[in-house]
Every structure is written in C-alpha cells, then in structure tokens.
Ligand binder design. Structure first.
Ligand SMILES: Cc1ncc(COP(=O)(O)O)c(C=O)c1O
Length: 401
C-alpha cells in the first residue's frame, strides 16, 4: 500500500479573503448603471508613455538580468531616494529591485532567516501580507499599534526573551487601509526601541507620494531611512517602495528594497539563488519612471480629485472617515458614533445595493471591524457615478436606517 504523502504540508495561511467578496460583486453588478469596483487598489489609469517606451526599447533581452539590477537602475534608485525620500548616503550595496513589493513583503521574514519562535510585529489594521509572510517563515505575527509608543505595545508573555525574540517590526506609512502617517519622531522612537531589542525594522512606503491633509499635503512623508529617524545609521533598517501606484506599473511588477547593506546583502543572496530576477525590460522601465517626477505629480492630482469627491459623497451618505486617515490610496469608512453597530460585511452589502464594491474592514484585522476600505482607483467616470449614487436618498436610507 502507498504511504500518505508528506507534501503539501499545510502552512496555516488564512483564506485568500477576496473570494469572500464574490456575492457582493455579483449583487453590485446588477446595478443598471454598472458596477463601480473600488474594492482593490489596482490602478486604472494608463502607464505613462515614457515608461512604456523605455520598456519597449529594452525588449531585446536574450540574457539573464542581474538580481541586483542594472547599474542604471541602481543609480536611478539612489538618485530618486535622495530627491523624493530625503534619504542620502545610499550606495549600490544599499539597494535592490524586487518583482513588485508583495513578494518581498511576503518573503522578507523567510529571506532574513526568521523561523519558529520569532515574533514579527505588524500594524493592527494592516495589509494582510505582513501576517502571511510571518507564517510562511514559521514565525508568529503579532499586531501592534504602530501609532503608539512602543512601550505600550501589547506583546505576548516572554516577548523579547531568547526563546521568543522580537525579530522584526513591519511599519506601513502611509498605511493601508487606514491612511495613517508615522512622523519622524515616531519612526525614531520605534528605531530606538527596536535596536534595544535587536529587531529589524522594515517599512513599507508604497503610498508615500499620496499625502492629502496637512502637513502631508505640502511636506514629504518621511521614510524610515530619513536621517532624522535613523540618527544617521541605517543598521537594522529596510524601506520598501513600489512603482505600482505612483506610476501605474502594477502590471510590470516593479519595486525596490533599500537600507542596511547587511540585510540587503542577505536578501540578495537568496534572491540570486532562487532566480528572483526582475525582468530586464522592466528594470529599464523602472529606471525611467524613477527619474521622472512629472507623471507622479499628475497621477497624484488625479487621486486628489477622486478623493475629494468621494470624501464629500460618502459624508452625504452618512459615513465617516477615520480622522487620522490623512494620506494614501483609500478611504477608511465607518458609521458615526452613536449609530447602531453594523459589521463590516453588512456595510459592504449596503454599498453593493448601490452598485459599489468596497472591501470589508475585517480583511485588515480586528481593528477593521465595522469599517470598509474604499479605494481611489476608479476612473473619473466611475468615481462620478459612485458619488451620484452616494448622494441619493437610496444611499441615505441604506446608511442612516
Ligand atoms: C501596503 C502595501 N504593500 C505592498 C503592496 C504590494 O504592491 P506591489 O506588489 O504592487 O508592489 C500593496 C498593494 O496594494 C500594499 O497596499
């Protein structure tokens, strides 16, 4: 008789949450004006022409690309970091391109050697991949309030002891889904706390160009690698950035990692061994995109207009945003204080009656209960349709019963 197979061994991953939205999408699709899908943060505007041209010009690529990127790309990353992120002092040893940032979020704990017993902290309301990446490595994900003083973080017994080291802390500023921004003082405080405990800090910064409310409407949103946060020492620190949102390049898979050369070196080694090579034409496209600020500014203005319209229309419908949601690609909506509590799926159902698809707050952890996330990634026409529906008496009846 055959023996039972050892593999696949379950990884204890959560269900892929987006499948749960199917019935709400189907209901929304019945709307006579067509569906407005604002559930997923997938860009809908065109990839800039200069970037497409750079991709096409590099289309003849018979040889393997370098995992660390072409010299042109690494130079473009270093220049961009100084110009847009206030991060100086980077060299080739500090940077590497990645194949989008989702893979590096999901694999970073594993690539850095995290494993059973290690704690990986991440924001309470968070992109689910921080939790998934910790689990893939066999480590333990722990949600913490990254807006608060780390001294107040609620950690399990034994956290920080040799058996349960705090191996890594994920930050996400501006946050998905909540749009919160970490200022330099909070970043510096977390860096100090992490260093005292020997923890790596990794900061996912893909929404950094999308600051809306003061001071972030005029001041650059700080990177973890900002010298005011690092004290001039990048050891133990990594920042991730993606071109998916700022440059409408989600389909290219174009992102980067920067920071402590020891950490970047460890990641590079395993990326070389496993063939995680960003395609050569994409590397060329990335270098062009990183050198051009004009298309980023234009895209930002498109999102600003959509955000203003959706903020106003959702308020008319009776929803309230998180007051600390001051940046990023999403509205983080709930009902006003005093309203009867409704679960996030119930709110998703109410949106579906208007032909609008949003994501339930529950996708982003317990902190998302009673909220929904609405992405700004609709075309102007679809966003206008959503706003008209949200201003209707039907919407008021749904959200103010
Ligand atoms: C916080 C955060 N990190 C990373 C990603 C992944 O982006 P990409 O893989 O397109 O670079 C996303 C995508 O929505 C995100 O919201």
């Amino acid at each position: 008789m055959d023996r039972p197979r050892a593999l696949p061994r379950p990884l204890a991953l959560p269900d892929f949450p987006w499948d749960a939205l199917a019935p709400y999408r189907a209901r929304a699709a019945e709307h006579p004006g067509g569906v407005v899908d604002l559930a997923v943060g997938t860009p809908v505007d065109d990839t800039p022409t200069i970037v497409r041209e750079a991709l096409a010009a590099a289309a003849n690529a018979p040889g393997y690309p370098a995992a660390v990127g072409t010299p042109a790309l690494r130079g473009a990353i270093i220049d961009w970091a100084a110009r847009r992120r206030g991060v100086t002092g980077l060299t080739d040893a500090h940077v590497i391109p990645t194949i989008g940032s989702k893979e590096s979020v999901a694999l970073l704990p594993l690539h850095l050697g995290a494993g059973p017993g290690d704690l990986v902290l991440h924001p309470r309301a968070a992109y689910p991949t921080y939790d998934v990446g910790a689990r893939i490595a066999g480590a333990t994900p722990i949600p913490v309030d990254t807006d608060a003083d780390p001294a107040t973080w609620d950690l399990p017994d034994g956290a920080g002891t040799p058996d349960r080291p705090i191996a890594m802390i994920w930050l996400n500023s501006p946050g998905n889904p909540d749009g919160h921004v970490l200022g330099v003082d909070q970043l510096a405080r977390i860096v100090t706390w992490a260093r005292e405990r020997g923890a790596v800090v990794a900061s996912d910064e893909c929404y950094a160009e999308l600051g809306w409310e003061a001071p972030w409407d005029s001041e650059a949103i700080p990177s973890l690698l900002d010298p005011r946060a690092t004290g001039g020492d990048m050891s133990g620190l990594l920042a991730l950035y993606s071109l998916s949102k700022q440059s409408n390049l989600a389909g290219y898979r174009a992102a980067l990692l920067a920071g402590d050369p020891v950490l970047v070196g460890a990641v590079t080694e395993i990326r070389k061994h496993t063939g995680m090579l960003p395609p050569a034409p994409v590397q060329a496209a990335m270098a062009t995109a990183l050198a051009d600020d004009a298309h980023v500014a234009a895209q930002r203005e498109a999102y600003r207009a959509r955000r203003e319209a959706l903020v106003e229309a959702t308020a008319v419908a009776g929803l309230v945003g998180d007051p600390a949601s001051v940046a990023g690609l999403y509205l983080w909506l709930g009902l006003p204080e005093g309203a009867a509590a409704r679960g996030s799926y119930e709110l998703v159902g109410a949106f579906a009656e208007l032909g609008i698809v949003v994501a339930p707050g529950d996708f982003y952890g317990e902190a998302g209960a009673g909220r929904v996330r609405m992405s700004l990634t609709g075309t102007d026409e679809r966003v206008a349709a959503a706003c008209e529906r949200l201003r209707s008496p039907h919407a008021a009846a749904l959200f103010r019963p």
